[in-house]
Design a protein around this ligand. Structure first.
Ligand code: F6R
Length: 254
C-alpha cells in the first residue's frame, strides 16, 4: 500500500487524477470502479477538466459503481445514480449505457445482487477501483462485521454511517436504512485501487486501516493484502500517520 501526501484536498484530487487519467490513456476501454461521497468529487472535477481540455476520452470506458441505497430511484436527487450523473457522467463522453450502478428500485435483493455480479463478470472485472473510506473503516457499504462479505449484498447501514450521511438529506429519518454494495472480493479483484481521504476526522481510521490488524471489523484493512493500492490523503487526514508512522508517507516535502 502506497500512501501519498498532499497538502490540501485539491492537490490530492489532482494527484489521484494523474493515476486515473493514466489508466484511461493506457487502456481506453478500461473498466472503472467508482465511488460517491465527498472524497472523490475533486477527482471527478479534475477528470472533467481534463476531458474538456481534450486530454481524456471516456468514449470506450465502462464503469461500475460501488453501491446504491435500496428504495431510491435513479431520478431521486439522493440516489448515488443521480450523484454520478451530476458529478461526472453528464459532463464527460462516457456512453450512458456503459455506466452501471446497483438498481435501488429492485427490492428483490437476491435478484439484484445476482444481476450486478453478472454485470461485473461480463465486463471482465475492474481495472481501477476508486474508493473512499468511512469513519468506521467501511469501503463501499461493507460495514464492520464478523466476516468479510465476498459478493454484492444488501446491507443494513450502521448508525454511524447513517449519521455521517445525514448531511446529504434534510433529516436523519430520510436516510435509507439499507443499501446494495459490491462485496470485498470484487474490490480486491480490481487490478488497481485508488483510495481517497481528506480531513482530520479520517486521520485515525487511515492509520488503523494502513497499519493495524487485518480484520472485518475494519473492512478497509483488507486492502493491506492488495498488490496495487495507492492512498491519496490531504495533510489533515494524515495527521496520525505523520505522528506515528511518518516513514510510510510518501511525497511529503522535507
Ligand atoms: C460511497 C461509498 C462510501 C464512501 C465513504 C466515505 O460510494 O461507497 O464507502 O466512500 O462513506 O464517504 P465520504 O467520501 O463522503 O467521506
Amino acid at each position: 500500500m502506497k500512501i501519498v501526501y498532499s497538502k490540501d484536498y485539491d492537490t490530492m484530487a489532482r494527484k489521484a487524477a494523474n493515476l486515473v487519467g493514466a489508466q484511461i490513456l493506457m487502456k481506453p476501454n478500461c473498466v472503472l470502479g467508482l465511488a460517491t461521497g465527498s472524497s472523490p468529487i475533486g477527482l471527478y472535477k479534475e477528470l472533467i477538466r481534463r476531458y474538456e481540455a481534450g486530454e481524456l476520452d471516456f468514449s470506450a470506458c465502462h464503469s461500475v459503481n460501488l453501491d446504491e441505497y435500496v428504495g431510491l430511484a435513479k431520478q431521486d436527487p439522493h440516489s448515488y445514480a443521480y450523484f454520478m450523473n451530476d458529478n461526472l457522467f453528464s459532463h464527460i463522453n462516457i456512453p450512458k449505457e456503459n455506466t452501471n450502478i446497483p438498481d435501488g428500485t429492485n427490492l428483490d435483493a437476491e435478484d439484484e445482487c445476482a444481476r450486478y455480479e453478472k454485470v461485473m463478470a461480463d465486463l471482465g472485472g475492474i481495472d481501477l477501483q476508486v474508493l473512499g473510506i468511512g469513519h468506521n473503516g467501511h469501503v463501499g457499504f461493507n460495514e464492520p462485521e464478523d466476516c468479510f462479505q465476498k459478493a454484492t449484498h444488501c446491507v443494513d447501514l450502521k448508525e454511524s454511517t447513517i449519521a455521517a450521511n445525514t448531511r446529504f438529506f434534510d433529516k436523519k429519518e430520510d436516510v435509507p436504512r439499507k443499501a446494495y454494495t459490491m462485496g470485498i472480493m470484487s474490490i480486491m479483484n480490481a487490478r488497481k485501487i485508488v483510495l481517497l481521504a481528506s480531513g482530520e476526522s479520517k486521520a485515525d481510521i487511515i492509520y488503523r486501516m494502513a497499519t493495524g490488524p487485518i480484520t472485518p471489523q475494519i473492512p478497509a484493512s483488507v486492502l493491506q493484502l492488495h498488490q496495487d493500492v495507492t492512498v491519496f490523503c490531504d495533510e489533515p487526514a494524515l495527521s496520525v500517520m505523520l505522528e506515528k508512522a511518518p516513514e510510510l508517507v510518501n511525497g511529503r516535502p522535507q
